[in-house]
Write a protein that binds this ligand. Structure first.
Ligand code: SAM
Ligand code: SF4
Ligand code: SF4
Length: 335
């Protein structure tokens, strides 16, 4: 059975936030001054068990989801993510499991995750310069260790390794060329993300965004590039390849070039709420239905069929009328 929403979009991709906790304090996501807010909201005992996550994933798979992304907060703060991956891979219809992580806790568990069947990994890295990395992430974690983990992933059986870099004006624009220089020719795909107005804590302002078009101009002064075709419907990044054959990179332009028209992503929060948009104010609590599979399936199907979200397309108008409206935080439902 497949379902479509009010704008005829199927559901293909489920992003599961395993926790809203994180050991980093990225200024654009979970700014350190809001640590108290996070403490109030994050109750690990209220996080969904892996058994319950499997039930919800199986219901989504029946409705057409084939791709799962584990995210957070920092997903690797949960113990036994490898066992969760193993169980997800057994669900009929699931082709692929990916993980988004800050890589701080990756090294000791990487082999187990790969053995469990992890297909793809995305590691966040906004700066290659140590001082700037510390300033952005609010930690003193060594960039070299993250680079080592990324290179280990690139040399492993994983099908794809990506690096996510959120670009903020006058903060890390100058890291774009160094990041590309570092990863060109390694098979690792760097993706530059326009800083988004997710949540309310990051105090987003439109003048902090660097448009992908400006970044592309910066990149073309250094290397000749050409656009690459999208590999699948609903792909969030515009892809580009280096003409000299040294690989590709991507641009995620949620602000300057919204891609709501084919958005096929649903999100599950750590406490068991389904969100149909990254910018939603609230989710749908499906916890009471976890022990009644038919009702769970029916509820999720109804939620998706009722969906009409296209926040990024409507952003300008929404911000004009109410720029303070409440939105879920990124560290609660992941990227
Ligand atoms: N902690 C993990 C990590 O950082 O990779 C996974 C969760 S994090 C919320 C997922 C992705 O969202 C990261 O790549 C992060 O850079 C991105 N992100 C967080 N806040 C953002 C914002 N305001 N705009 C754009 N991307 C954002
Ligand atoms: Fe943590 Fe990821 Fe948010 Fe940074 S972007 S604070 S690593 S959840
Ligand atoms: Fe999808 Fe909402 Fe983002 Fe549009 S704004 S692409 S509907 S998550």
């Amino acid at each position: 059975m497949t379902v479509t929403d009010q704008l005829n979009r199927p559901v293909k991709d489920l992003r599961i936030s395993l926790t809203d906790r994180c050991q980093f304090r990225c200024t654009y996501c979970l700014p350190a001054e809001h640590v108290d807010v996070m403490r109030q909201q994050s109750q690990p005992e209220n996080h969904m068990s892996f058994a319950d996550i499997i039930k919800v994933t199986a219901a989504f798979a029946e409705l057409g989801v084939s791709k799962i992304r584990l995210t957070g907060g920092e997903p690797l703060l949960r113990k036994g993510v490898d066992s969760l991956i193993k169980s997800i891979k057994k669900i009929k219809g699931i082709d692929e499991v990916a993980l988004t992580t800050n890589a701080g806790l990756l090294d000791p568990v990487l082999d187990d995750l790969i053995d469990a069947g992890l297909d793809r990994i995305t590691i966040s890295l906004d700066a290659i310069e140590q001082d700037l990395f510390e300033q952005i992430t609010g930690t003193q974690f060594a960039v070299d260790k993250i680079l080592q983990s990324i290179h280990r992933c690139a040399g492993s059986a994983l099908k794809q390794v990506k690096v996510n870099c959120v670009v903020q004006k006058n903060i890390n624009e100058h890291q774009v060329i160094p990041l590309l220089s570092h990863f060109r020719g390694t098979g690792v795909v760097v993706r530059f993300i326009e800083f988004m107005d997710v949540g309310n804590l990051n105090q987003w302002q439109s003048n902090q965004v660097v448009n992908s078009a400006d970044l592309l101009n910066q990149i073309t002064t250094k290397w000749p590039i050409k656009p690459k075709a999208a590999s699948q419907i609903g792909e969030v990044a515009n892809r580009y390849e280096f003409i000299d054959g040294q690989g590709e990179f991507g641009m995620i332009s949620s602000i300057s070039e919204p891609f709501c028209h084919d958005c096929n992503r649903a999100r599950l929060s750590p406490s068991g709420e389904v969100f149909t948009c990254l910018f939603a104010a609230s989710g749908h609590d499906i916890k009471p239905l976890l022990n009644t599979p038919d009702q769970l399936l029916d509820a999720i199907s109804q939620i998706w069929q009722g969906r009409a979200d296209q926040y990024s397309v409507q952003r300008q108008n929404i911000l004009k009328t109410n720029n303070k409206h409440k939105k879920i935080e990124m560290f609660m439902i992941g990227g």
